[in-house]
Design a protein around this ligand. Structure first.
Ligand code: SAM
Ligand code: SF4
Length: 322
């Protein structure tokens, strides 16, 4: 499959500390000097655009904690070939930032939200009182300023939010957002155990039992998620079976970590150090082109077996960006 999508982690820092993402007590972050500058990110994306990348997603850590993120969005939108710049966020800063992000060219946002219960929200994210309401206002604001379609990412955790599936259906209809159920991956903090895993297929079955066959919604396909209308509730949901089904043959993406490593597969620790290349005296874009061309060939050769064998990648999710 052609690689047309890059996920760029702009920071490993975050104002939350979700239990499945960041280890408890985590204090050490990548030093600022090791984080790619916005110019370095733009340089890498420029070369990927030459090779056919059309869509960039900014992620983290929390991308909205990095200063001046709007200027990166602006730079990326100026790159020939880049058609869409989107962002995945925990939504905490959207209330105040959505409008400016839109002005600087951001196309849309995905907001991570695992529970609609304020106390459970604070528990899972290690955040203070009032955080959930703030995120909900952020989602509304994102919609109002046109960062649409707004999608909500919900990581399914048995015993934590599996009782809220129908609440999320109602939420989708009320807020006019698609809710995408995501499988918990074994790369997080203290909150992953096999007992907490639920395949998205079981949520799908539950919804079909209650609301009848889910009707697919036609979309421009950018990834493995597929969207469905839930009966006549007005809700739209999606399912991301990232653990139960490997879709390597359908994978259209690569990932850039905030410290400048190119990851060809989320589940494989094989990384290519683009930062060192950019910072080598006498750097030339041609060298970057050659390295990226080689990486894209290697990406084509990754198959499901490699992904399966390396499940349990050594990086934590906040350093990769999901
Ligand atoms: N801070 C932003 C956010 O939370 O949306 C962006 C970075 S976060 C690492 C990106 C996505 O990864 C989020 O949707 C989060 O829920 C997801 N994620 C983190 N750890 C995960 C895990 N162990 N399994 C599945 N998804 C995970
Ligand atoms: Fe932060 Fe996002 Fe990880 Fe939660 S999932 S700790 S918000 S990076």
């Amino acid at each position: 499959m052609a690689i047309n999508y890059i996920r760029v982690s702009v920071t490993d820092r975050c104002n939350f500390r979700c239990r499945y993402c960041m280890p408890e007590g985590k204090k050490e972050f990548i030093p600022h000097s090791e984080i790619l500058s916005y110019e370095e990110i733009a340089e890498i994306v420029r070369v990927f655009a030459e090779f056919g990348v059309r869509s960039v997603r900014l992620t983290g850590g929390e991308p909205l904690v990095r200063k001046g993120i709007e200027s990166l969005i602006y730079q990326l939108k100026e790159i020939e070939g880049i058609k869409e710049v989107s962002l995945t966020t925990n939504g905490f800063f959207l209330e105040e930032k959505a409008e400016k992000l839109r002005e600087f060219g951001l196309d849309r946002v995905n907001v991570s939200l695992d529970t609609l219960d304020p106390e459970k929200f604070s528990f899972i994210t290690h955040s203070g009182k009032g955080s959930l309401s703030r995120v909900l206002r952020g989602i509304e604001n994102a919609r109002e300023v046109g960062l649409t379609p707004v999608k909500v990412n919900t990581v399914l955790i048995k015993g934590f939010n599996d009782s809220e599936v129908e609440d999320f259906v109602k939420f989708s209809a009320d807020y006019g957002v698609e809710v995408r159920f995501i499988e918990l991956m074994p790369v997080g903090g203290e909150f992953f155990s096999r007992e907490n895993f639920i395949p998205v297929s079981s949520v799908r079955e539950l919804l079909e039992k209650k609301f009848g066959r889910l009707e697919p919604v036609k979309t421009v396909k950018m990834g493995p998620a597929k969207s469905f209308r839930v009966g006549n509730t007005g809700a739209v949901v999606g399912f991301i079976p990232s653990v139960s089904q490997h879709f390597c043959s359908e994978c259209n993406r690569v990932r850039l970590t905030s410290d400048g490593k190119l990851r060809l597969c989320l589940m494989s620790d094989r990384e290519i150090d683009l930062k060192s290349l950019l910072r080598t005296p006498g750097y030339s874009r041609e060298l970057l082109r050659k390295t990226i061309a080689g990486a894209l060939i290697a990406k084509r050769n990754i198959n499901g077996i490699e992904a399966l064998e390396s499940l349990g990648c050594s990086r934590k999710m906040f350093t990769i960006g999901g």
